[in-house]
Design a protein around this ligand. Structure first.
Ligand code: SF4
Length: 71
């Protein structure tokens, strides 16, 4: 799975880290970034993290998280 974040849309609600703490982290202002790769906005997600990332994607109130299944 590929996961993309759109920091410009993020409203710093904190939900994505609740659901996928291994994947998401935040800037000092609370804007989403990837915990292990803060300089990118697109990341390949391991199968073990796919369910958590999918939940975060569904819960994000502003759709600042996008997911795409690998084909
Ligand atoms: S759930 Fe969405 S709006 Fe909330 S912090 Fe995460 S990316 Fe930002």
């Amino acid at each position: 799975m590929e996961c993309k974040i759109i920091p410009e849309k993020c409203i710093a609600c904190g939900l994505c880290q609740v659901y996928a703490p291994e994947i998401f982290d935040y800037t000092e202002d609370g804007i989403v970034l990837f915990l292990n790769d803060p300089d990118t906005v697109s990341l390949s997600i391991d199968d073990k993290d796919a369910a958590a990332v999918t939940t975060a994607y569904r819960k994000c109130p502003v759709r600042a998280i996008e997911i795409r299944e690998n084909t």
